[in-house]
Design a protein around this ligand. Structure first.
Ligand code: GTP
Ligand code: MG
Length: 682
């Protein structure tokens, strides 16, 4: 057939992506079983799949990091990258996509999952990844199966193209017709489908569906359009060529049907990949890879408990074997300790890898997920740059044992190397290590890994909110520190003019000492004492937006000292502020929420329940059917906001936030915060 002429050659790399729990890991299992890479097809429920082999994945019965497995099909190597479906782990998918030749979007015929599907398609469209859609779980689909395109098309900017139609027996799908081959099949459980005659009303449906498929292809092929208009039957080879070409150019997304648990439709999917998906030559071109040196892209970094660091890479050009020296974009060089074939968590040493191979390299110290590596002499320009989504949720983590504090820092650095969508922020004021990430599950898995892989038990709590306090009234206050306890005494005496400052001014110290009543050399000590006292105001929080002017005082030639004036400064603040109407300040953030329009009203209600002030609504630029809501909201209310935003938007709503200003907080909420602070300090 003609498509053999254009068929890509060499090892392929295919991503399995799709909404949460759509059956990606099960499909990988089915592919591995069908191609003989594993003896028995495991199941997610029995916790024996190749894809979800990590302790965390098994425990949560969901994919929590991507996994890579290679197999052989009709003489070629195919490596599949099983990506997590949960939005919290989406960075794993995003960072891996540049390396793949094509993606298979595994999804269900479920209107509720369409927004998630849209997010994934977006990512593929933007990264220009050729894509197939595998409509899974058709063993439990009903007659609405005919509505595939009506339900799913709104998620895709490019045209979905139905490649197969189901055949039913009663309400149960028992087989399919391949519209390109014009052949009917019945499904056999865990065995290849069997060809059956294409006849009767199935033939009629086939004709109609095939015509729609051809019309879609003809949108981008004038010759085919003419043939259709003139009622000329286009040659089958031409159809295959068009399918392949339009897929590779991202113009269409073919839809295939199947059931991963029953291994139905898997062989046809593999054949479509074999004939239609591009190979390494086109992928290298897409990424702007220059020949003449070995180039590899790091799609995942794994720090195993025993084996040290592993970098899963796709070789984009050249050859990489043991002992190769690979440099990252900064020119840092590391030596390849060994080359491995990956089968989920299992690794097996292998020989040198060539362009197209997806493998793991041992102990590349400098390599991070998303890096482009080359064997020099100059670094290769990065082939892709995938910036993680900004984090939306944080927890403070504490090592249960003090001795683990240093180890905790090192272990977190390794986790960040694996998943750059997590970040660590140190809050010196609260002595907290704060972990920022994409959601509760991602952060939970991170702490589980700290325990399992690095042997560090931690506890987690809500991070401290950055409350402050200030004053609303001015005062002139004396602070005198005097001690006479035999021998040398202590004497310092100051008068401070204390005033509130406008919001955002911070702290200001000045002096207006006349006649040397406070000697020059003691003035910095007074300031130090004031600063010290402002760390904990009368309400228990750091004091801001305040001015202190030293206007008077006295000293003693023998008993005065730096220490005594420091204490005097502290005393003046300590005694003065409670009389200045102290008030709590809370951080207010500007939050931009994005959500499908039908959830906008829910967002509105959610915001008012969280003391949010809506600033405005807009349609989200470049996103049909989405809105953007701008809100001002207290930091304390943002803490777990993402949980509710996601539950109101079938998991797809999100937000970004940045600090805006500090606002006075009074009443019951303020009292509760102050009481909690006092209790914590006691
Ligand atoms: N009936 C039916 N169930 C399926 C099929 N494929 C997967 N499932 C079930 O769907 C659930 C999720 O399957 P997974 O393979 O873990 O899905 P996933 O897409 O890998 O999930 P995440 O990676 O966590 O997003 C499991 O209970 C599977 O048994 C199918 O073809 N038919
Ligand atoms: Mg999975």
């Amino acid at each position: 057939m003609a498509q053999n002429g254009t068929r890509a050659t060499g090892p392929r790399c295919i991503a399995l992506v799709g909404p949460f729990q759509s059956g990606k890991t099960t499909l990988l299992e089915a592919i591995l079983a069908r191609t003989g890479a594993i003896q028995r097809q495991g199941t997610v429920d029995a916790e024996n799949t190749v894809g979800d082999a990590s302790k965390e994945a098994r425990h949560h019965k969901m994919t929590v990091e991507l996994s890579v497995a290679s197999t052989n099909f009709m003489g070629d190597t195919y490596t599949f990258v099983d990506c997590p479906g949960s939005v919290e782990f989406v960075h794993d998918m995003r960072a891996a996509l540049p390396a793949v030749d094509a993606a298979v979007i595994v999804c269900e015929l479920d209107e509720k999952k369409v927004p998630q599907l849209q997010l994934i398609l977006r990512e593929l469209e933007e990264q220009k990844i050729p894509r197939f859609l595998f409509l899974n779980k058709i063993d439990k689909a009903d007659s609405t199966i005919h509505e595939v395109l009506r339900v799913l098309q709104p998620a895709s900017r490019g045209k979905l193209l139905l490649r197969q139609i189901p055949t039913l027996s009663g309400d149960i799908i028992t087989g399919f017709v391949d519209l390109a081959l014009e052949r009917a099949f019945v499904y056999k459980e865990h065995a290849p489908s069997e060809v059956v005659p294409l006849e009767g009303d199935v033939l009629d449906r086939e004709k109609t569906a095939r015509f729609s498929m051809l019309e879609t292809l003809a949108d981008h092929d004038d010759e085919l359009m003419e043939q259709l208009l003139e009622d000329i039957q286009p040659p089958r080879d031409k159809i295959f060529d068009d399918l392949s070409k339009e897929l590779r150019e991202g113009l269409v997304c073919p839809v295939l049907l199947g059931s991963a648990t029953r291994t139905n439709g898997v062989l046809r999917l593999l054949k479509a990949l074999r004939h239609e998906s591009p190979g390494i030559a086109e992928t290298a071109k897409r990424l702007g890879v220059k020949g003449g040196q070995a180039v590899a892209y790091v799609l995942k970094t794994i720090n195993t408990a025993h084996g040290g660091k592993m970098s899963a890479v796709r070789v984009l050009s050249g050859k990489i074997g043991d002992g190769a020296n690979l440099m990252n974009a900064e020119g840092q060089v590391a030596r390849v300790a060994a080359v491995f074939k990956l089968m989920g968590q299992q690794t097996e040493k292998r020989g040198a890898a060539e362009a197209g191979d997806t493998i793991a390299l041992g102990k590349l110290d400098h390599a991070k997920t998303g890096d482009t590596l080359s064997d020099g002499p100059q670094p290769h320009a990065p082939v892709a740059e995938v910036v993680p989504h900004p984090p939306v949720l944080s927890i403070a983590v504490v090592a249960k044992e003090r001795k683990d504090d240093v180890k905790l820092g090192q272990a977190l650095a390794k986790l960040l190397e694996e998943d750059p969508s997590i970040s660590v922020v140190h809050n010196p004021e609260a002595h907290e290590v704060v972990l920022w990430g994409q959601g509760e599950m991602q952060l939970r898995v991170a702490t589980e890994r700290l325990a399992d892989r690095f042997g560090i038990a931690t506890s987690a709590h809500k991070p401290t909110v950055g409350y402050r306090e200030t004053i609303k009234k001015a005062i002139v206050q004396r602070g005198r520190h005097k001690k006479q306890s035999g021998g040398h005494g202590q004497y310092g005496d100051v008068v401070l003019d204390i005033k509130p400052l406008p919001r955002g001014s911070g702290f200001n110290f000045s002096e207006e000492i006349k006649g040397g009543v406070v000697p020059r050399n003691y003035i910095p000590s007074v300031e130090e004492g004031v600063i010290e006292a402002l760390k904990h105001g009368p309400l228990g929080f750091p004091v801001v937006d305040i001015a202190a002017k030293l206007i008077d005082g006295s000293y003693h030639t023998v008993d005065s000292s730096d220490m005594a004036f420091q204490l005097a400064g502290r005393l003046a603040i300590h005694d003065g502020l409670p009389q200045c109407q102290p008030v709590l300040l809370e951080p207010i953030y500007q939050v931009e929420i994005v959500c499908p329009s039908e959830a906008t009203a829910k967002m509105n209600a959610l915001m008012s329940g969280r003391r949010g002030q809506i600033l405005g609504f807009d349609t989200r630029e470049g996103w049909d059917g989405w809105d953007m809501v701008r809100v001002q909201m207290p930091e304390s209310e943002i803490g777990d906001l993402i949980v509710e935003v996601r539950s109101a938007t079938a998991g797809v709503g999100s937000f970004t936030f940045k600090f805006d200003h500090m606002a006075e907080l009074m009443g019951r909420t303020a009292e509760q915060i102050v009481a909690a602070r006092k209790a914590a300090a006691a």
